[in-house]
Design a binder for this molecule. Structure first.
Ligand SMILES: Cc1cc2nc3c(=O)[nH]c(=O)nc-3n(C[C@H](O)[C@H](O)[C@H](O)COP(=O)(O)OP(=O)(O)OC[C@H]3O[C@@H](n4cnc5c(N)ncnc54)[C@H](O)[C@@H]3O)c2cc1C
Ligand code: SF4
Ligand code: SF4
Length: 365
């Protein structure tokens, strides 16, 4: 509306009401008036908790990954090109560390690269999602190998929302780690996150919002979608794997959802078949490869046990080469990864644009 000050009210009208909110909760975590309890999470949605205390500075609106005001400067800064953003190289890498290999999701590149950066004092901490069990995770600042190992792999966790404690999700929040006392004495951080999370960090950096100035390196996860399961959703997935969810040992996402059971059985479930449990917010998302990160990682495009690594800057290329040279990572030549990743990125972009258009149109009628 003309003349309106940007605030959570605007965000609510343009993003939350049209149901295109990514449920990343950056707005709640980095609200300027955080100490006044202005925003909270209810039913997996950000809501006003005390509207009277809202400062109307519009920070929540500007850093939201679904608003467009800072999108153009970001895309210019990262020289965005369809469909996967700009890059220096695309590589298939894996860890050389047996302990990392035993707990990681794909090739253990995230964990080993962070270890290399901590060992060589390029960073003194990393904002990650700590896996307490397959069913439970929490944001943390990792400062040593033990912490990194606790975060490796993927988890299917309890939803953060207080009102639906029984729901399970593959999405993990990392933002609350970035506003806690854990940051005391830290000067250089890495962040690992989904495209919606990395986009929020980048927007914060444009606006110089604390503590984004500490973020020196971003590792962006490929992300087609995430899942959220209530009781019906759980039953739906249990039917697909003919087993209770507590029989799951590991999960992974490439161009399908991979579930390994404790009895050794592996299921590859087509993403189309998982529509009933996809987080509604993810269907309106357009970025698969995390274009705003320093390096992007996923299993898609590489053989099992390797991580496809899109290196986006010359500095990141030097870093990866150094890690290989010092024996943290090794590499195989992999042809054909680019087209595979591009196809997945196009598929997500096209679905996201269609759903965004539909939801925006519905909310104005
Ligand atoms: C939610 C999610 C969706 C993904 N979707 C795809 C996909 O569609 N296609 C694809 O090819 N790859 C996808 N990936 C990436 C892939 O699953 C691996 O994480 C990636 O290949 C890195 O593997 P690694 O062995 O190098 O990482 P590891 O060394 O095992 O480290 C994994 C890191 O990811 C972080 N992490 C784990 N779960 C989460 C989470 N939920 N949110 C934020 N950070 C988390 C951990 O903190 C850890 O540092 C997704 C990952 C996640 C977490
Ligand atoms: S996408 Fe994230 S920042 Fe935007 S409204 Fe939703 S929770 Fe808030
Ligand atoms: S698809 Fe991934 S990046 Fe997009 S909103 Fe969902 S979790 Fe975030």
């Amino acid at each position: 509306m003309i003349g309106e000050r940007l605030s959570f009210r605007t965000l609510n009208r343009e993003v939350i009401e049209p149901k295109i909110c990514a449920a990343c909760f950056g707005c709640v975590s980095f609200c300027t008036a955080n100490k006044l309890n202005v925003l909270e999470i209810k039913d997996d949605k950000p809501v006003y908790c005390d509207e009277e205390n809202c400062l109307e500075d519009g920070i929540c609106y500007l850093i939201c990954p679904r608003t467009e005001d800072l999108e153009k400067p970001l895309k210019t800064r990262f020289q965005f090109k369809e469909p996967i953003g700009s890059y220096v190289s695309i590589r298939s890498l894996r860890t050389t560390d047996k302990e990392v290999a035993s707990v990681c999701c794909d090739g253990g590149v995230v964990t080993s690269l962070l270890k290399f950066m901590l060992d060589t004092k390029r960073i003194d901490g990393a904002a990650l999602s700590k896996k307490r069990s397959l069913w439970n995770n929490e944001p943390m600042i990792a400062t040593k190998l033990k912490d990194l190992l606790e975060c490796a792999g993927s988890s299917l966790a309890q939803s953060r929302s207080i009102s639906d404690l029984g729901d399970l999700t593959t999405f993990a929040s990392i933002f609350s780690a970035l506003k806690g006392t854990d940051l005391r004495d830290l000067t250089k951080l890495a962040v690992v996150g989904t495209p919606c999370q990395i986009l929020t960090i980048r927007k914060m950096q444009i606006l110089r919002i604390v503590p984004s100035h500490l973020v020196h390196f971003t590792i962006g996860l490929f992300c087609f979608e995430n899942f959220l399961m209530n009781d019906d959703g759980r039953k739906y997935l249990e039917n697909k794997i003919s087993a209770d969810l507590d029989q799951i040992k590991r999960i992974n996402l490439k161009d399908d959802f991979i579930i390994k059971l404790k009895n050794g059985e592996t299921f590859h479930i087509d993403l189309e078949d998982l529509d009933p449990i996809v987080r509604s917010s993810c269907k309106a998302c357009t970025d698969f490869t995390n274009y705003g990160s320093d390096i992007s990682v996923g299993g898609l495009g590489s053989p099992d046990g390797y991580t496809t690594t899109i290196v986006r800057t010359r500095a990141a290329q030097r870093l990866v080469n150094h890690a290989i040279h010092l024996g943290y990572l090794d590499e195989i030549e992999q042809k054909g990864a680019l087209r595979t990743i591009e196809r997945m990125a196009e598929r997500k972009r096209d679905r996201g644009k269609r759903i965004l258009g539909e939801r925006r149109a519905n909310s104005t009628t």
